[in-house]
Design a binder for this molecule. Structure first.
Ligand code: BDP
Length: 595
């Protein structure tokens, strides 16, 4: 799905700002058709933002069910005759949208965009009412999964993942136009042979575009034309290619046009393109044919007050901290991040492991810690065929959204699912197959949990890269780094020997309360976090198959309440406010070769 654009044939408007807001405590809004009139009450909410922490009210923060958003927008008269589209970059976890009295869209999944052609519904040159109901309930059919428990005090949302169930309109909302005959999608697949780059392209167009011809031109970063072609698909060839590289992020620009028989452009769309290759060879992960070693973090979209709401200022700052510390990569744990993040990573050469929202699919493990019931993970009563359908759709939407980003080098289909049972293999095998069919150009993996070590895991052989999260010295051998070191080395050596594939440690970390110190390193202190990470690094450096280290986590983040969570998860190397803990300086020494 192409992002909204403003150019000679298209226009766009962001609908961000303050919207009217109502929490549907009694769950009556749909029956009472709240979209037909101004929402009850006088509450306003910021878009984009999670609504949970904006109000000093636990009945909002912990609300389970529907909330309503509403705004009015003037649709410019000049847009008459154009195709008008309403787009939500994200609504967490599902939404129904009305323009005036007409329902225009419905979407499941909290972290991928959806849009509706509202041309026939909007009044051009007038104010239009837009109403959205957002439902934050997690069920056995949603990704991530969860269930709602009825208690004497009302419903409680339970889930098996370790981050707060922030909800709402987390990302920009757009009204935009295209001509009726328009480019509906572009797919690019880059390649490099010696000093020659190639960009395979495919242009999809709307049915109204029949009879029009597609043209593409590629410009370098200075704006010079380097290749052109005509037709809905083909290959552009670039001599003396300037590859997209980690740390640099060189981008070409693909300008696509639909032209009529006189050569007049009817629609145009430009896309940034990075020319690079990704390949797994033996136990190496190659970018442009060179072994790549991942340094960086599993992150979260998480900030005080606005929760998972996207904000450019914070994004720029987070990337500045990644640069400061010498991180060359991140994993979008545990859901697709805002597209702005991927654009930024493309431009600045940060390598991304792109993950679906399939997290918390391990009901045995997580039950106790996450304050939810321990149940059988894969069954028709829990995670079953319906979940798998949602999961597959989430993968489709992720690949459709992110396929053109050079920064994305690896798909992660899930984080720490149960993977040591036949049922888990049956569940995952079709998902791996589907991901490869959707995108044959990138490796595919999933993140393995500590409970399914190399001799037990029945899913890892489906993956191109072994990604593991390990907590020796924290959840296992807490405070005993000597034993933890032996156990970690034994295990990683086992993975290296068994699969012969590259290994990325996608999580390792220790909860650390900033400002807590001890002479003898003890869990929860800054000193322990430093020693813990140093121990892991010694082990990684002894195992050639280890091609990446991503510390858990970049920053402290909010979680559901739990006895092991001190106002959230404290494994951040930075605090939630982005202040460095001692570990930040020691990582900087390891990762930055230039200081
Ligand atoms: C891993 C999960 C991650 C948690 C982390 C932790 O992948 O989401 O936050 O452990 O416990 O199991 O800190």
């Amino acid at each position: 799905m192409l992002r909204p654009s403003a150019n000679t044939s298209r226009d766009r408007r962001r609908l961000d700002g303050l919207w009217r807001f109502a929490v549907d405590h009694d769950g009556v809004g749909r029956e009472e058709q709240w979209w037909k009139a101004p929402l009850p009450g006088r509450t306003e909410v910021a878009v984009p933002a999670s609504y949970n922490d904006l109000f000093a009210d636990s009945s909002v923060r912990d609300h389970v069910g529907d909330v309503w958003y509403q705004t009015s927008v003037h649709v410019p008269a000049a847009w008459g005759g154009q195709r008008i589209v309403l787009r939500f970059d994200a609504a967490t976890h599902r939404a129904v949208v009305w323009v005036g009295d007409a329902q225009v869209a419905e979407h499941e999944g909290g972290y991928t965009p959806f849009e509706a052609d509202v041309t026939e519904v909007v009044a051009v040159g007038e104010e239009n009412r837009i109403t959205v109901v957002v439902d934050n309930r997690l069920s056995w059919e949603s990704v991530p999964p969860g269930y709602v428990e009825q208690t004497p005090d009302g419903p409680r949302q339970r889930y098996y993942h370790d981050f707060f169930n922030y909800s709402g309109l987390h990302r920009p909302v757009w009204l935009h136009t295209t001509p009726p005959a328009h480019i509906s999608d572009i797919t690019v697949v880059p390649g490099i042979e010696g000093t020659t780059g190639t960009v395979g392209y495919e242009i999809a167009a709307s049915s109204e575009a029949e009879g029009l011809t597609s043209h593409v031109m590629l410009r370098d970063a200075e704006g010079r034309e380097v290749a052109r072609s005509a037709g809905t698909s083909g290959t552009l060839v670039v001599d003396q290619v300037h590859p997209w590289q980690p740390g640099e992020g060189y981008l070409y620009r693909l300008e696509a046009q639909l032209q009529d028989s006189t050569g007049t452009p009817v629609d145009a769309y430009s896309l940034d393109v990075g020319i690079r290759t990704v390949e797994v060879r033996g136990n190496e992960f190659l970018i442009n044919g060179e072994p790549f070693y991942f340094t960086g973090f599993g992150m979260h979209e998480d900030h005080s007050v606005r929760g998972k709401g996207h904000d450019d200022a914070s994004m720029v700052h987070d990337f500045a901290l990644l640069d400061w510390i010498g991180a060359n990569s991140l994993r979008t744990s545990h859901y697709p991040y805002a597209e702005e993040v991927l654009d930024y990573a493309d431009r600045h050469g940060i390598v991304v492991i792109d993950e679906t929202a399939a997290v918390g699919m391990n009901l045995g493990l997580a039950g106790g810690i996450m304050n939810a019931e321990t149940k059988k993970t894969f069954s028709e009563e829990t995670i079953g065929e319906a979940t798998q359908r949602t999961h597959l759709q989430a993968i489709r939407e992720l690949v459709a959204r992110d396929k053109n980003h050079p920064s994305v080098v690896l798909w992660s289909v899930a984080n720490e699912p149960e993977s040591d049972t036949e049922a888990s293999r049956e569940y995952f095998e079709p998902l791996f197959t589907a991901t490869r069919e959707l995108d044959p150009s990138r490796p595919v993996g999933f993140v393995n949990v500590m409970l399914a070590p190399v001799d037990k895991c029945l899913v890892s052989d489906l993956a191109d890269v072994i990604m593991v999260n390990r907590y020796y010295g924290w959840y296992v051998n807490p405070g005993d780094l000597a034993n933890a070191e032996r156990a970690l080395e034994d295990e990683l050596t086992g993975w290296a020997d068994r699969h012969g594939k590259p290994i990325i440690i996608t999580e390792y970390g220790a909860d650390t309360v900033a400002g807590l110190h001890s002479v003898v390193a003890q869990p929860w202190t800054e000193e322990y976090q430093v020693e813990f990470l140093e121990m892991y690094h010694r082990v990684f450096d002894r195992i050639p198959a280890v091609v990446g280290e991503q510390v858990w986590n970049f920053a402290d983040f909010a979680t559901a309440a739990g006895f092991a969570r001190v106002q959230g998860n404290k494994k951040g190397v930075f605090t939630r406010e982005r202040h460095p803990k001692a570990a930040a300086f020691s990582l900087r020494k390891r990762w930055r070769k230039d200081i």
